[in-house]
Design a binder for this molecule. Structure first.
Ligand code: ACO
Length: 426
């Protein structure tokens, strides 16, 4: 039955419809409120749905994450990242023929034009790889600007294929630049994760030599990061895209938003924190700092805006992390010992239990990536690579339907109108 909500403004009753969700909470449609001379106030969007979407569903209280209805645990166990990309973009799992064609489309688009590679010449070896990746994604906008027509489904599909295909190449080039080595070209005989590892750790002219344990774990990391509904970076892509800008520019904006330590930068921040703690004997001191309201220190990799029980991605990642650590012989890494003890202490103390602060995916992905030999500044780049299909799917969903430019309002608390004073009179 259609629900509605009534509010009374200066004695006048205003009715607002309630929109029914397929899963999860229904939402009050406040669009008519502006006619009554009022806005809603919700900094950080804690109580606001910014759009409707059919891509991903999260039930934070029960630790559920579904891509197009499929549970993340099933996809991580049985699928591959490129199949998940197809699913996100098209809404359904592919047949074998559709998947083969999609993989062919991606492989064909992986190489970067020779002239475009010079974009990396503007950076030094100690440039942060996220800065290079942001710049290179924004740079792709130049290559795909003349045909720009976001109302054309063909253009949208091409943009999606280009971004999913080129992000491993760009990411690996950013890494090679940071270590001063020659770029390695993509190899169409390798799968997506293998190709990325080959472009990072292979040498030009040498045959690929990829560990199946590492490529499987990396593919799983990509699947687990592929989408997460209206998170900060995806909302940034939608917001930038709502101006009808070039989609590659909108994705570059999302990449910049992902960089922050409260979002995708957390896996890098986890490792920085573990290095800072350094030894099991220091854990108690850092846990006390995290609990101290006068200290800005937080336990990186703990807590989540939406998951207030457990992060289902963290559960999958935890077991995958162990396989990698074993193969890499890193089980005795002192950092890992710090991580395991930190997790145990934080899970036992009331401060963390009361606030439902559990280890999130970044906690385990940080440890896994470290064991794989991926340098810490590259961690957020790996997240960027994984999240690409989610961003471009949300952009596509938005522009393929009627949409408005995102233009929030504000609660103004500044000065009232006042007259300018000449400088000599101040
Ligand atoms: N360490 C210590 N205390 C914490 C932590 C933490 N990691 N996270 C939250 N808290 C405390 C807050 O101080 C607050 O305490 P109070 O109620 O006494 O004031 C309470 O828990 C609620 O925290 P909020 O900041 O209100 O939670 P919010 O949902 O806004 O923030 C966030 C979520 C940003 C993820 C936060 O938990 C955090 O900063 N975690 C560390 C960074 C991190 O791991 N980010 C990754 C996010 S997941 C991702 O992007 C894939």
């Amino acid at each position: 039955m259609a629900q509605k909500v009534e509010i009374v403004i200066d004695g006048k009753t205003v009715e607002m419809p309630v929109l029914e969700a397929a899963e999860g909470l229904n939402v009050i449609d406040v669009r008519g409120l502006i006619k009554e001379g009022m806005f809603t106030f919700d900094p950080g969007f804690l109580s606001t749905a910014s759009c409707d979407s059919r891509v991903t569903y999260i039930d934070g209280d029960n630790g559920i994450l579904l891509y197009r209805g499929y549970p993340i645990e099933q996809l991580a166990e049985n699928s591959s990242h490129l199949e998940v990309c197809y699913l996100l973009l098209n809404g359904e799992l592919p047949t074998q023929a559709q998947l083969d064609a999609f993989i062919g489309d991606i492989n064909e688009r992986m190489p970067l034009d020779d002239h475009f590679k010079h974009i990396f010449d503007g950076f030094t070896e100690n440039s942060h790889p996220m800065s290079m990746v942001c710049a290179a994604i924004a740079g792709l906008a130049s290559l795909f600007h003349e045909q720009l027509d976001i109302s054309d489904a063909g253009y949208r599909k091409e943009a999606a294929l280009q971004l999913i295909a080129k992000i491993p190449t760009i990411s690996a080039m950013a890494y090679k630049k940071s270590i001063g080595e020659d770029f390695v070209e993509p190899d169409p005989s390798l799968n997506y994760a293998e190709n990325f590892l080959h472009m990072c750790f292979g040498k030009r002219g040498e045959a690929p030599n990829i560990s199946p344990t590492l490529s499987k774990a990396l593919d799983k990391i990509f699947i687990l990061h592929a989408d997460h509904e209206q998170n900060a970076s995806t909302s940034t892509v939608r917001m930038a895209g709502s101006t009808e800008c070039n989609p590659f520019a909108a994705i570059a904006a999302g990449t910049a938003a992902l960089w922050g330590p409260s979002h995708g930068g957390a896996n890098e921040a986890v490792l920085d924190m573990l290095l800072e703690i350094g030894d099991v004997s220091k854990i108690e001191e850092y846990v006390e700092k995290a609990k101290d309201k006068d200290d800005p220190f937080k336990l990186m990799g703990f807590g989540h805006r939406v998951y207030k029980n457990f992060d289902p991605r963290a559960t999958v990642m935890q077991s995958s992390a162990h396989a990698v650590l074993e193969e890499q012989g890193a089980s005795n890494d002192p950092l890992l010992e710090v991580a395991q003890n930190l997790e145990k202490i934080a899970r036992e103390q009331d401060y963390f239990i009361d606030r439902k602060l559990y280890p999130n995916i970044d906690f385990y992905s940080g440890i896994t990536l470290k064991a794989m030999g991926i340098p810490i500044p590259m961690f957020t780049v790996l997240f960027t690579l994984g999240r690409m299909p989610g961003w471009i799917t949300h952009w596509t969903e938005m522009v393929a339907n009627p949409f408005k430019i995102a233009r929030p309002r504000q609660l103004y608390l500044g000065e009232h109108k006042r007259d300018y004073t000449n400088i000599e009179n101040r």
